[in-house]
Ligand binder design. Structure first.
Ligand code: MLT
Ligand code: MN
Length: 316
């Protein structure tokens, strides 16, 4: 199974269009140690011909241009695409807005929880994707489902599971007491398995806390892409970029007592890769001490264009 990182940054990307923070300035300047990044999404394929996107960011057009595997095939008719399905982990703008760029009457299937499908249904702009051409399929939690497009099996099995998180920012209602309207299915993680080999990995770009259930699920995983939004819970406040903590935004920080570094230190995850990294996070600076800290703990920091080939057959 091949996994291609199309985009590795959090919402807003790196640099973010209106961000005057030190790191956004550095990457805009082309300073050494800083790579530009588009908004988080990966493409997955078993056969290298038919591809599934995990989330579809506003940067999808640029990401497709940068990825020859996702270009139309010369031997396949006047309009075609290797993209056969899109699986969504939530309804945040950085996960779904790219769907609007994938119109032009090209068939593929959208998979998402009922909660996320309700959001697409409630926003008529997504009717630009004619459901007879781009059908929408519901993901039930904790239920593996074989992905297919127009009845053709794509060779990949996806299992969606709820992770601690939050309703999309633009859908927030009410108060913290009721979780701003958050319900089960608003934020999910994905386990993606190649049917032919049993090889699998987890994709969790947004996660507010690493609870016991998630620890158990990931305990011996061969590969996990995980939420690397912020290094420190209050870094947006400290850097003067926002008045919100990471946890308020639905993102567990990398550092700290309950951060992802500490949580994963107790797990036996073979390969661990941060993705959905915010422009404020010092791990984006290849020369920072924080980058050295995560590398020492065995973490990779995803960059756009990173290719990951799943390893030897995994026994389950
Ligand atoms: C997030 O991950 O918190 C969202 O992408 C926020 C946003 O849409 O700006
Ligand atoms: Mn996001």
């Amino acid at each position: 199974m091949i996994i291609k990182v199309l985009g590795s940054a959090a919402g807003g990307a790196f640099p973010q269009w209106n961000c005057n923070g030190a790191q956004s300035r550095a990457v805009r300047n082309g300073d050494p140690g800083f790579r530009p990044r588009t908004q988080a999404s990966v493409a997955v394929s078993g056969d290298g011909r038919r591809w599934v996107l995990l989330n579809c960011s506003p940067d999808i057009r640029q990401q497709i241009l940068a990825t020859p595997e996702l270009h139309p095939r010369a031997d396949d008719g006047p309009r075609n695409s290797p993209i056969r399905a899109v699986v969504l982990t939530g309804a945040e703008i950085d996960h779904i807005a790219g769907l609007l760029s994938l119109r032009e009457r090209q068939p593929y299937t959208i998979y998402a929880t009922t909660r996320v499908l309700e959001t697409l249904a409630a926003n008529s702009i997504f009717d630009a994707l004619d459901k007879r051409i781009v059908p929408r399929a519901a993901l039930s939690l904790d239920t593996p489902i074989g992905l297919s497009e127009a009845g053709v099996d794509l060779g990949l099995i996806v299992e969606a599971f709820a992770v601690p998180g939050k309703i999309a920012l633009y859908l927030e209602r009410g108060t913290a007491g009721d979780g701003y309207g958050t319900d089960i299915g608003d934020t999910i993680g994905l386990k993606v398995t190649e049917a032919a080999t049993g090889r699998y990995f987890f994709y969790i770009p947004g996660c507010a806390a690493i609870d016991r259930g998630l620890r158990q699920r990931l305990a011996t995983a061969p590969l996990v892409f995980f939420d690397g939004t912020l290094y420190t819970d209050d870094e947006l406040i400290v850097q003067g970029l926002s008045d919100k903590t990471g946890r308020r935004m639905g993102h567990v920080p990398v550092s700290g007592e309950n951060g992802s570094l500490a949580a994963f230190a107790t797990l036996n995850v073979h390969r661990r890769i941060y993705i959905h990294i915010n422009n404020s996070n010092p791990i984006l600076d290849e020369h920072s001490s924080q980058r050295a800290t995560v590398a020492q703990a065995g973490w990779e920091v995803a960059h756009d264009g990173l290719d990951v080939h799943t390893g030897n057959r995994v026994t389950r």
